[in-house]
Design a protein around this ligand. Sequence first.
Ligand code: SF4
Length: 254
Amino acid sequence: MSDAFQRALAGTIPVLGEMKDGLKRPPTASRTALAALKKTAAARPAKTDWTWESLEKAVLGCMKCPHLVRSRTQVVFGVGNREAELLFVGEAPGADEDAQGEPFVGRAGQLLTKIIEAMGFTRETVFIANVLKCRPDMPAGESGNRKPRGEEMATCLPWLREQIKLVKPRAIVALGATAAEGLLGETRPMRELRGSWLEFDGIPVMTTYHPAYLLRNQTITEKRKVWEDMLLVLRKLGREITPKQERFFTQPAA
Ligand code: SF4
């Protein structure tokens, strides 16, 4: 139970006690209790029976982070097969994603598409989303992208959780340490996270390097690490792996 909800209960229970004892005046919750309840309600989706239509509408109109609402071009909901067996999660939209309304569309996105296709999928057959649905704002006059803060990802995570509930993937790939932090609360370095399975709401999660990292470190050894993580994903899904797929990035391209 959250602290906010506990504080709200603490303010409400005495009023209920007075009602039970036969007090004549109508019960009123304290302002503190009402504010705490309001804050709790705003921090998570209240509905439990989301459909894709209602969820998309709610996320696209979300105003939970006023500073991001002010700076975003649009909310980046997520794309792909809404019944995918494999779901990729990044940390947050960057400038390209904010402009186009789709996750992973810049150079890192093109590399992710190549990885997905090397696995035998297409962008249309998997689902791709971010923990944070709005681009992290930048200080005035600064360009580029910044890492989302922990509290921003925590505020937005309930939306991703609802997406995952609807997709029901058999496996999730967290792209980068920040995505793993937002999704799993993991703060360990990537060298400790990658290559082993963790869980989110009972679904196996493989963490691997963000494609942007591979763009900065284009050595065959780093590419192979990511590929080995993807081979583990393919095995988890029971996919047949060809000898050619097994050998990817074991030797420099001729
Ligand atoms: S980042 Fe998430 S929680 Fe915050 S305003 Fe955007 S959609 Fe809402």
